[in-house]
Design a protein around this ligand. Structure first.
Ligand SMILES: Nc1ncnc2c1ncn2[C@@H]1O[C@H](COP(=O)(O)OP(=O)(O)O)[C@@H](O)[C@H]1O
Ligand SMILES: [Mg+2]
Length: 220
């Protein structure tokens, strides 16, 4: 990777501090298309994995609105599928099986669809946050990358903000990438005064670094 030493060091320091304190962290990487968000995110993931953390990642794009729910896509990557606790209610068990199983049973489906949409969303966030916290505690920490949040379908940004509140007291590191736009997650997070947010705005590479990049791609 050419340049970005400062941004990488900033992310690494924030992650190291959060890991030491067992606290939550949200890193928001913002920048225009093609500026290098994914490249830097990849580098941060590699560093965190080297420091012993488990990493999982999902992304949004413009073309696949019919994909599985982001919560299902995240849970599918956890090293251990979450299990219901001994005191879980029937509804919690139904939501958990929806989260974990590609094909949900008829009974769980009935219970899910009987729920008010707000209650359903709240339960999904609660159980997902629990699953992520548990994975963070049982492994050497957890870093969750969510790419291209500007493409998140209607309602998904409320889901992401809800998840961030749900993880406020958990040692889970969230890394988000997003193009700047009105109502972007970092603006909405700032308005909510959530603590433990590091915002990194990627400027274009400085001229010398850009020259190095061109030389690396097309020597001579
Ligand atoms: N700092 C960098 N060093 C080397 N290659 C880079 C760097 N930043 C971006 N690139 C390359 O430029 C292209 C666009 O970067 P990408 O990270 O995909 O942008 P974004 O995710 O912001 O749209 C990719 O091919 C990527 O590998
Ligand atoms: Mg990208």
């Amino acid at each position: 990777m050419v340049g970005r030493e400062l941004e990488l060091a900033q992310a690494e320091a924030a992650i190291a501090a959060a890991r030491n304190a067992d606290s939550s962290l949200v890193i928001h990487l913002s920048g225009e298309a093609g500026i290098g968000k994914s490249r830097l995110a990849r580098e941060i993931l590699r560093w965190a994995a080297g420091a012993g953390a488990t990493t999982v990642e999902i992304g949004f794009d413009a073309f696949s609105p019919g994909e599985r729910h982001p919560a299902q896509r995240l849970v599918a990557q956890l090293p251990q599928p979450p299990m219901p606790g001994p005191r879980a209610t029937a509804v919690e068990r139904a939501v958990l099986s929806w989260l974990v199983e590609p094909q949900i049973g008829a009974d769980a489906m009935l219970r899910m669809s009987a729920l008010d949409p707000d209650v359903q969303q709240r339960l999904i966030i609660e159980l997902l946050a629990d699953s992520l916290r548990q994975a963070a505690v049982e492994t050497g920490g957890l870093l969750v990358l969510i790419e291209d949040c500007h493409w998140s379908p209607v309602g998904a940004s409320d889901f992401l903000l809800g998840l961030m509140s749900g993880l406020q007291d958990s040692p889970v590191i969230l890394l988000l990438t997003e193009r700047p736009h009105d109502g972007s997650l970092d603006q909405r997070l700032a308005a909510r005064a959530r603590s433990g947010v590091v915002r990194i705005a990627l400027p274009p590479l400085p001229e010398t670094a850009a020259r190095d990049l061109v030389r690396a791609i097309a020597p001579g």
